[in-house]
Design a protein around this ligand. Sequence first.
Ligand code: SF4
Length: 85
Amino acid sequence: MKKLKAVNLHKCTGCELCVMEAQRQMKKITLQDALIRVFKNKKEDSEYLQYSVELDPQVNTLEIEKIREICPTRVLEIVEERDEL
Ligand code: SF4
């Protein structure tokens, strides 16, 4: 099964375009029940922010190619994974 993964998290700018695309596909105009969430973290001993991207497994029922394509910094990738039995 093809799955969306966040592989280059250090490149994430926190733009949330991936979140918007997922919500658009679900025809939702708010972030309610969002399948992708982006969190901002402040690194200790640094003034820079780091982002983390949380993907609900349900996101894989959407058009994940479009979600991957919309990310301007190529944080997201599609990987082939076997389902656990
Ligand atoms: S994963 Fe890509 S599209 Fe999503 S917030 Fe980060 S940079 Fe933006």
